[in-house]
Design a protein around this ligand. Structure first.
Ligand code: ATP
Ligand code: MG
Ligand code: FE
Length: 336
C-alpha cells in the first residue's frame, strides 16, 4: 500500500510517500519559519497563503523523490486537525481534489496521532501497547497507545504546552523564534543548577502538567535582575529552565509507565528532539527497565511522513472520509 500524505496544520507545508506504513520513500518539508520569524511567531493568515503557494510543488517533489506517480498511489492521507483552520483547509482541499480525481480513498488523520506514529518509522519492531509523551508546540499529552488508533489520554497540560514554554522563555531572553532549538543549544554552555525554577506537580492528577509557573518564574527572575541592575546569564537561565521542564516530564512519564505496567515508552512532537530531554528519558528508562523509543529530529517536528504512517493504520482499520471532510481546528485525539 502506497500512501501520499499531506500536512499543513501550522507553518510547514509537507508531503510524503509512505509504503506499508513503515517505509518512508520521500519526506518533503517546506518550512515557513524564516517568514514568521519577522513577527516572532506564526501568523495564521500568512501561513495559509504560503501553503497555497507551496503545496503543489511540495507534492510534486514528494512523488518525484519517491520515484512514483499519482497512478501508483493507493490512498491519500491528510491532517484535518487540530491546527490553524485556514492552514488545515489548504491540505484538506488538496487531498480531496487528488483523491476525487484519482478515485482513491481519502483518509483524514489527527495531527497528534501523526506525531505518535513517527515512532514507527525507525523502530520497525515497535507495536502497541506503549506509553507516549507528546511534547509539541501546542500539546503536552501523556498517552497510553493501547492499539493502533486506540488512545487514552492519561494526562495533559493545564496551561502552556511544553514547546510554548520553550518559545516564550526563549523570547524573554532574546533568542527569537522558534525558541526550542535555541534554548537546547545555548543550555549546553550554561549551568542547569544555577537557578532553581519551580517544578509543578498537580495534586490528585499525577499525570497532568503545568508550565505557566516556570515560565512566569523565569520572567520574574529576569525582571528582578534588571531592577537590581545585575546582568543575568542567559545560558544559565536556558539550562535551568530546561532542567525544570525536563525533570517534571521524566517524573510523570516514569510514574505512568509503571502504574500502567507498560514495558515500552516513546516520545513525540517537536520538543522530543530536545537533547537534554532525550538523554534524561533514556537514563530513566534504563533505570526502570523500560524500552525507550524516539524519532529522529526530522520526524519529531512537523512532517508528512508521520501523517502517512498514521494514515496507513487508519486505512487498515477501515477509516475512509467523504468529500465533505472539513478542517477541525480543535479535533480531539481518537475522534473520527
Ligand atoms: P502541535 O503539534 O501541538 O500542533 P506544532 O506542530 O506547532 O504544535 P511541533 O512542530 O510538533 O509543534 O513542534 C514545534 C515546537 O517544538 C516548538 O515549540 C519548538 O520550539 C519546539 N522544539 C523544536 N525543537 C526543539 C528542541 N530541540 N528543544 C526544545 N523544543 C524544541
Ligand atoms: Mg512548525
Ligand atoms: Fe506538530
Amino acid at each position: 500500500i502506497l500512501i501520499l500524505a499531506i500536512e499543513s496544520s501550522c507553518d510547514e507545508t509537507a508531503a510524503a510517500v509512505v509504503k506499508n506504513g513503515r517505509e518512508v520513500l520521500s519526506n518533503v518539508i517546506s518550512s515557513q519559519i524564516e517568514l514568521h520569524k519577522l513577527y516572532g511567531g506564526v501568523v495564521p493568515e500568512i501561513a495559509s497563503r504560503k501553503h497555497i503557494e507551496k503545496i503543489n510543488q511540495v507534492i510534486e517533489e514528494a512523488l518525484t523523490e519517491a520515484e512514483v506517480t499519482l497512478d501508483d498511489i493507493d490512498a491519500i492521507g491528510v491532517t484535518y486537525g487540530p491546527g490553524l483552520v485556514g492552514a488545515l483547509l489548504v491540505g484538506v482541499a488538496e487531498a480531496k481534489a487528488i483523491a476525487y480525481a484519482k478515485k482513491i480513498p481519502l483518509v483524514g488523520v489527527h495531527h497528534i496521532e501523526g506525531h505518535i506514529s513517527a515512532n514507527y518509522i525507525e523502530n520497525k519492531e515497535l507495536e502497541p501497547p506503549f506509553l507516549c509523551l507528546v511534547v509539541s508546540g501546542g500539546h503536552t499529552h501523556l498517552v497510553c497507545v493501547k492499539d493502533y488508533g486506540d488512545y487514552e489520554i492519561l494526562g495533559r497540560t493545564r496551561d502552556d504546552a511544553a514547546g510554548e514554554a520553550f518559545d516564550k522563555v526563549a523570547r524573554a531572553i532574546g533568542l527569537g523564534y522558534p525558541g526550542g532549538p535555541k534554548i537546547d543549544k545555548l543550555s549546553k554552555e550554561g549551568n542547569a543548577d544555577a537557578i532553581v525554577f519551580p517544578k509543578a506537580h498537580i495534586e490528585d492528577s499525577p499525570y497532568d502538567f503545568s508550565f505557566s509557573g516556570v515560565k512566569s518564574s523565569v520572567l520574574n527572575y529576569i525582571n528582578g535582575c534588571q531592577m537590581k541592575g545585575i546582568e543575568y546569564n542567559r545560558a544559565d537561565i536556558a539550562a535551568s529552565f530546561q532542567k525544570a521542564v525536563t525533570d517534571v516530564l521524566v517524573e510523570n512519564a516514569m510514574h505512568a509507565v509503571q502504574e500502567y505496567g507498560l514495558k515500552k515508552f516513546a516520545i513525540a512532537g517537536g520538543v522530543a528532539s530536545n537533547s537534554t530531554l532525550r538523554a534524561a528519558m533514556k537514563n530513566a528508562c534504563e533505570e526502570n527497565g523500560i524500552e525507550f523509543y524516539y524519532p529522529s529530529p526530522i520526524f519529531c517536528t512537523d512532517n508528512a511522513a508521520m501523517i502517512g504512517v498514521a494514515a496507513y493504520y487508519e486505512y487498515l482499520a477501515g477509516t475512509r472520509h467523504g468529500w465533505d471532510l472539513n478542517a477541525v481546528p480543535n479535533l480531539k485525539l481518537g475522534e473520527r
